[in-house]
Design a protein around this ligand. Sequence first.
Ligand code: ZN
Length: 428
Amino acid sequence: MAEGRGNRNGHVLVPLAALIRRELRSEKMEKPSVRYGCAAQSKKGEDYFLMKTDCQRVPGNPSSTFSVFAIFDGHNGNAAAIYTRENLLSHVMSAVPRGLGRDEWLQALPRALVAGFVKTDKEFQSRGETSGTTATFVIVDGWTVTVASVGDSRCILDAQGGAVSTLTVDHRLEENVEERERVSASGGEVGRLSIVGGAEIGPLRCWPGGLCLSRSIGDMDVGEFIVPIPYVKQVKLSNAGGRLIIASDGIWDALSSEDAAKSCRGLPAELAARQVVKEALKTWGLKDDTTCIVVDIIPPDDLSTPPPPPKKQSKLRALLFRKRSHDSATKLSKKLSAVGIVEELFEEGSAMLAERLGNDECNKQSTSGLFVCAICQVDLAPSEGISVHAGSIFSISSKPWQGPFLCADCRNKKDAMEGKRPSRVKVV
Ligand SMILES: [Zn+2]
């Protein structure tokens, strides 16, 4: 498992004591630095992005700084993309319980991201505007990268050593069989556009609405089986750092993940983003909005150079994801980080809210002593809250009177997303 880097005896396994020593050294190291750049070519003016490197987990404490990078690729207008760019971050942060230490905060993010995405969708829909958007939302805190996404704006990781992996799942009906089955089971009809004469053209879409995506924010004129529940993945990079490439489908329709990563290796982030866009346009031409963000996570003793091209690489082991075991998670994480392996801390893509919000061991109460809705964070009287598990098939293993709780409105939203309530699609 462990690579013998630094082991002069040539043994394959590094003694645990050495790993721990190395890790202690790395814990003392500063956080990695983050360099980033963005490039875009507009065709329809529906791509939006966010790059914010001064977010603070504890307001006023600079050592709790983290960064957010996101792409929102709108359709049927730009209102949903703009609204999501303005509101998603604050909705996610308001769903993280107060007063957590860094590790607990990172552990709370996957659930807060689900709540923040659903809240943003619900609020945008309540404005009565049409349009929808993809959202690929990346939080970088030290070596830990947390990605949440709906739609097909992909985020890839080019780890040191040249291994490219995808941190998102494409929610496209054409390619994603699982999502196609979910949409059909929730009452959506999946098919291609028929033209006069009966011929079917274009990608698979869901009807009503004709959207090619299976998840998005907004889209109130499409069925509510098009859900805003994000796929979430959290990884911890090794101390060698790595590069993230976040881009809208204008890039991915033209380039594979590998090609995008390869096209810009050795360039600093700003130039790398431009290079990826240039490469995509060369292959494909400007057919769609094309936006690319490149984020380099650079070890503190390597501030001057961008990630070197693969031929100059040390013989770091190829990227290897490791599932973490529940009891020894922290120890394992430290060991893996020390030997140059990217560790997978969390991965979940279910569209079922009950699965994504999990169980509350103790009832979460707001500071006012009331219960709060796990999605929109409004205060609830104890009699008002409906358990997210009530009446669901998951209630076998969990108690229906146990939290998290939802307000009546969010409970309706949940039922609609699961196809248990007529969707509020307006038939014109
Ligand atoms: Zn609510």
